[in-house]
Design a protein around this ligand. Structure first.
Ligand SMILES: Cc1ncc(C[n+]2csc(CCOP(=O)(O)OP(=O)(O)O)c2C)c(N)n1
Ligand SMILES: [Mg+2]
Length: 469
């Protein structure tokens, strides 16, 4: 509805309810002066103009709402309206008769004839139930037991790294760390679905994916130990570093995918972020333009149902996060994020589609954060153990192990061998990490700026001087 039409209605919408008392208390004299100016303007211009809106200081043209007919403006829900000044000082204002009646939208399209112009469905997929039973035939890749064992090993390694990182932080040898306990299937499943030449843009809870793709345990410890060299990993050279700012890497993923498209490279960008990130403008914008440009891009929502202390129900009123794809004109689907087979399959399909020119996909992986948000958090302050404990039954590692054991692919001896192999690898990496001399303080400036700004150059000098003391 156009503002000029709405401004003819006999009620005004003020900027906020707080504006009302101010408006009512306005001195009559001042209002009379305003009326005079208004009348002069009417005479000069011979018609109603935007001056009307200036009549009520603090008032605004109506931008939305419904005109039901002369004299009745129905505001949009939640908008407070106030009677116009005529009712208070009898100033000349357009009468109701002068109001042009506009056809209501509802009249223009009678409800009975309203056509459905679009319908959408969000699909959910899962192969293994929480006990590890196959609910349907597994995807082709699972025909090779080695593939499933690799997924299992990837998740076990991620969990071992995770546990050690928490222990190191607790003993003052690592910085704040975000555990991914219980979320290993999302990271490992998505990484296993990618090809070497694709580019991964992680958030901060996907170390399982980074390890799968070749980032070393030492590099990850360095990063979480506050050492910038942890972002300078040797392999995979073109993957992006961990992104702690929530969702800000989603537009970067658009840039990566656009580059692939422009260069006609058959590569795909995969970008992971949390449920909380889906409320960010960065993510909405990235989804939108990825759809417009039909980019080779796969978005994976690591939906652990919490954004620090904010539960999913308070994050969004949407039934699913996958449906955010609908508004962007791209495909969206849900997957059981504790079923690594399902994650691997869904992301794999999306990668193949993107590579073939089929455009982006949004995959919402449903999982649960079993740990605190980070080592700086105490989740018991906002959720009880009783809230968390049922989710242990969904543990992705136990689920796949049960399946492997049930199929005779995995035995107790395999498990013992894997656990000691992984523990040895993690211990060795810790030893290496702790033996690396910390970086000097100036690196914080040097890794952030190509040319350090003047004021920071001073801070840099001070930091260096402090270090020498
Ligand atoms: C831009 C930005 N705002 C706020 C924060 C503080 N912060 C860190 S994690 C987080 C919640 C993120 O929730 P979600 O996206 O669900 O990811 P999760 O931590 O659950 O993996 C917030 C608000 C931040 N890191 N970056
Ligand atoms: Mg979350």
């Amino acid at each position: 509805m156009r503002n000029t039409q709405a401004s003819l209605a006999t009620e005004f919408r003020c900027q906020s309810p707080a504006a009302a008392p101010k408006f009512r208390c306005r001195q009559v004299g001042q209002i009379v002066v305003n009326c005079l100016i208004y009348n002069i303007l009417l005479i000069l211009r011979g018609r109603l103009s935007g001056a009307e809106k200036d009549f009520l200081p603090g008032g605004r043209e109506i931008a939305d709402g419904t005109i039901d007919g002369p004299g009745s403006y129905r505001p949009a829900a939640g908008v407070t309206t106030y009677r116009r000044a005529r009712n208070i000082v009898g100033c000349h204002m357009p009468s109701a008769e002068k109001i042009v009646e506009l056809p209501l939208l509802a009249e223009a399209v009678p409800e009975a004839d309203a056509a459905v112009v679009a319908r959408f469905e969000i699909h959910y997929s899962r192969f293994l139930d929480p006990k590890g039973n196959a609910l349907r035939p597994l995807p082709d890749f699972a025909a090779d037991p080695a593939e499933l064992v690799a997924l299992y090993r990837g998740m076990v390694l991620a969990r071992a790294f995770d546990a050690k990182a928490v222990a190191l932080q607790r003993t003052g040898r690592l910085g704040t760390f975000p555990s991914a306990l219980g979320q290993e299937a999302v990271a490992v499943g998505l990484a296993a679905a990618m090809r070497k030449e694709d580019v991964f843009l992680p958030s901060f809870r996907e170390h399982g994916a980074q390890l799968w793709r070749g980032v070393s345990l030492v590099e990850l410890f360095l990063f979480w130990g506050g050492d910038e060299r942890g972002s300078d990993f040797a392999v995979p050279r073109e993957d992006f570093p961990i992104c702690v700012p929530v969702g800000t890497h989603a537009p970067h993923a658009v840039g990566v995918a656009l580059a692939f498209k422009l260069r006609r490279e058959k590569r795909v960008a995969v970008c992971a972020f949390g449920d909380g990130a889906t409320s960010k403008g960065d993510v909405a914008e990235a989804l939108n333009i990825a759809g417009v440009w039909r980019l080779p891009l796969v978005f994976v929502i690591n939906n652990n149902h919490w954004a620090i202390s904010l539960p999913l129900a308070q994050q969004t009123a949407a039934e699913t996060l996958a449906q955010k794809a609908v508004a962007a004109g791209i495909e969206g689907e849900q997957v059981d994020g504790n079923d690594v087979v399902a994650v691997r399959e869904a992301v794999g399909r999306a990668v193949v589609k993107a590579q073939a020119g089929g455009g982006p996909t949004l995959i919402e992986a449903l999982t649960y954060r079993l740990s605190d948000h980070t080592t700086a958090d105490d989740a018991r302050r906002y959720r009880s153990d009783a809230d968390v404990s049922p989710h242990w039954a969904e543990d992705p590692i136990t689920r796949l192990r049960n399946y492997l054991v049930g199929r005779g692919i995995w035995a107790k001896t395999d498990e013992e061998a894997l656990l000691s192999e992984v523990a040895a690898a993690v211990d060795k990496a810790v030893e290496t990490y702790l033996a690396i001399p910390p970086q000097s303080a100036e690196t914080i400036f040097d890794f952030t700026y190509d040319t350090v700004p003047k004021d920071l150059a001073e801070q840099r000098r001070a930091a260096l001087a402090g270090e020498r003391e």
